[in-house]
Design a protein around this ligand. Structure first.
Ligand code: KG4
Ligand code: ZN
Length: 340
């Protein structure tokens, strides 16, 4: 089964072709980072307009790259939510129109499910069950993943998402958007032990997370220290986030009795987090898997893959194309319940 996947929920247009026999055949991406940089964050209207410009050329490029034609497609998968409404509408309308014209099913995929399943595109892929730590710009949560479509929320952030905390802290340090990668580059030259920043909710006993207090602590440091100290502030901030995530990850594994952690979402690209999780879980006989770096951030491959898995296992049937709804605030737990 050959599935075209389209991701357009935020500031990346991603298109990919996944074949259930041969795997990922092609994967193309256009990032809008340069477009939004001057504004310090994503401008929804500009994002939608850029998706309109990029999506069809990317579909062509993906087909060409894989040496396939539209006529060979068996289904089209697209991100139906959560995300920016205007941006979601672009991918959804292109996908549903293609499906209608080609007489094939279209399936609206949950963006976070795409992230959760993306590690399975890695080599070697993790096996079910596992605890997924989803850390992106919009979400920070621990989920127990028992099978495709079986997701149980274990805990989540009560305020900022981890990526959002990186982005806002980076902004305080005068770094450009998106701040996560820039902050971790700055942190490489700093001393993570210089400032003792809080570890929010470390001892809360549950698997919830909180990052806004950490951001406030950084803002106080920034006011009190000169720019020469910013690398140390960045490193201390990063160390605090990594420490909390490692601690809670161990707790999530202990609570579920699972021995495998899978990290997904943009913050999963953070090298210090990767190294710390690998070392700490290894000490306790547990393992951690990361999707390939390019699949950690938003992409079309995870959408094509999630859509293909559902259609193949008949856990979702897809629409005949043409009519659709988008869900800007789609709850993964409710979605999973509806699949049961
Ligand atoms: O998953 P993603 O691409 O988009 C969302 O669905 O949100 O995640 C983007 C987030 C941004 O907040 C970005 O700053 C963060 O992931 N990020 C990082 C790194 N690379 C991306 N945060 C920390 N360290 C990184 N290396
Ligand atoms: Zn995402």
């Amino acid at each position: 089964m050959l599935v075209l996947g389209i991701e357009s929920s935020c500031d990346e247009t991603g298109v990919a072709l996944y074949d259930t026999r041969d795997g990922l055949l092609a994967d193309a991406l256009h990032s809008q980072i340069a477009l939004h940089e001057a504004y310090g964050g994503v401008v929804p209207e500009l994002a939608s307009r850029d998706h309109v410009r990029r999506v069809v050329p990317l579909v062509r490029q993906t087909l060409q790259q894989a040496d396939r034609s539209l006529a060979q497609l068996d289904a089209v998968a697209y991100t139906a939510g959560p995300g920016l409404a205007g941006a979601l509408l672009v991918g959804a309308s292109v996908a549903e129109s293609l499906a209608l014209a080609l007489g094939i099913p279209a399936v609206g995929v949950h963006h976070l499910e795409g992230h959760l399943l993306s590690p399975l595109l890695g080599d070697p892929p993790p096996t079910f069950p596992f605890v997924a730590l989803l850390v992106s710009g919009g979400h920070s949560q621990f989920m127990a993943v028992r099978a495709v479509g079986q997701y149980q929320l274990l805990g989540e952030t009560v305020d900022d998402a981890a990526g959002e905390a990186f982005d806002k802290t980076a902004q305080l340090l005068g770094l450009s958007y998106p701040g996560g990668p820039a902050l971790s580059r700055l942190a490489e030259t700093g001393n993570p032990d210089r400032f003792a920043l809080p570890r929010p909710m470390l001892q809360s006993g549950d698997l919830n997370l909180s990052f806004s207090g950490l951001k406030t602590a950084v803002s106080l440091l920034v006011k009190a220290h000169p720019p020469e100290d910013y690398p140390d502030i960045a490193a201390s901030f990063e160390a605090a986030v990594v420490d909390v995530l490692c601690h809670k990850a161990q707790q999530a594994l202990a609570q579920t009795g699972m021995t495998q952690l899978v990290v997904a979402g943009g913050v999963g690209a953070n090298q210090r987090l990767r190294a710390a999780l690998t070392a700490r879980l290894d000490e306790r006989g547990a393992s951690v898997a990361f999707p390939p770096l390019r699949l950690c951030t938003d992409n079309g491959a995870m959408i094509a893959y999630a859509g293909a898995l559902h259609l193949q296992r008949q856990t979702r049937s897809g629409s005949p194309g043409g009519t659709f709804a988008i869900y800007p605030r789609w709850n993964l737990q409710e979605y999973a319940r509806a699949l049961e």
